[in-house]
Write a protein that binds this ligand. Structure first.
Ligand SMILES: [Zn+2]
Length: 319
């Protein structure tokens, strides 16, 4: 694990304080009168603050700081937050891996629920970087990790100010990005676990199946174009088309209602269990798994496109 060598631990305490201070300030903002719209600049600030924590590799100080900040953020807003820790063998090391999925619940109404997901961990290496020295370094993960998480953190603020008409779960998946190239079994560890256990007695997601899961991953690219991801289109076509039809109705030009590549991501374990799931992802991102995946490669406008779509689906849930 590289986290003890790179000074992350020394930076973590002030970074946690920063995140908690932001969470506290949101209470005032969240209480403002009138209907709030999704604010891309606010989501961008959440993206930058996650990156300032350093790498969020499972077991690292940055990961622990972000996990705490997400839970504290939800509770400061008056929302219910759950930690779902679990252990499993590390896919590449003779050690036990401790991972924690996080769930924030909002809305008390009845009817089909929406699940909105993103992974909050970041990748241990920049293994696709052409520079060997940079390739060994941990990923900043501005787009790959922080972008989807940032949108969820701002959605929590919006839902605290305007409770959704139907129940919504924000799901922060752990252990998405530990896999090695060519080995899908090392990826999506948190979502695999949750897809197997979501309906366990007493679990925060237990109950009737959701209307659908919307996964946000790599939605911060400055040059954003999101096609219909292949696994979701094949196994949950109706749900995919429902979500993209809303984007079109809202005039959100980043969403392209055409078939895109199939991307093995956190929605796949749920599709395999027969649950509708769509992955909003722009996989055409040259900085993917390189040292260039930094906040400058992302934009508030892109986050706002994805956030505006999901916020509208939360406010006006599809039947
Ligand atoms: Zn990744």
């Amino acid at each position: 694990m590289s986290s003890s060598d790179n000074g992350v631990g020394r930076r973590s305490p002030p970074a946690v304080t920063l995140l908690l201070a932001v969470a506290a300030s949101v209470m005032t903002w969240g209480g403002a009168a009138g209907a709030a719209e999704f604010d891309g600049a606010r989501a961008m600030a959440w993206l930058e603050r996650q990156c300032a924590l350093g790498p969020r590799i499972p077991g690292s100080p940055g990961h622990a700081a972000l996990e705490t900040a997400i839970i504290e953020h939800a509770r400061s807003l008056g929302l219910t937050a759950h930690r779902l820790p679990f252990e499993r063998p590390h896919p590449y090391a003779r050690e036990t891996l401790r991972l924690t999925n996080l769930v924030i619940l909002a809305g008390r109404g009845s009817g089909p629920r929406l699940w909105i997901g993103a992974h909050y961990d970041s990748r241990p290496t920049c293994d696709r970087d052409p520079d060997p020295a940079r390739a060994a370094q941990p990923l900043t993960g501005a787009n790959d990790g922080a972008s989807g998480t940032a949108v969820l953190l701002h959605l929590a603020e919006l839902m605290a100010a305007e409770p959704p008409p139907r129940p919504v779960a924000l799901i922060f998946f752990d252990g998405e990005d530990l896999g090695r190239a060519g080995d899908l079994d090392g990826y999506c560890l948190g979502s695999r676990r949750l897809a197997e256990h979501w309906n366990d007695f007493g679990a925060p997601l237990a109950g009737p199946p959701p209307r659908g899961l919307i996964l946000l991953d790599m939605i911060g690219d400055r040059d954003l174009a999101i096609p219909q991801e292949g696994y979701g289109l094949a196994l949950a076509g109706e749900w995919t088309r429902t979500v993209f039809a809303r984007a079109e109705a809202l005039g959100l030009s980043a969403f392209v209602p055409e078939p895109g590549p199939a991307v093995f991501d956190d929605h796949v374990p749920f599709l395999r269990r027969g649950l509708p799931a769509v992955d909003l992802i722009d996989f055409d991102y040259p900085a993917w798994h390189t040292a260039a995946d930094v906040p400058a490669a992302c934009s508030a406008a892109s986050l706002e496109q994805a956030g505006a779509l999901v916020w509208d689906l939360i406010r006006h849930p599809p039947d």
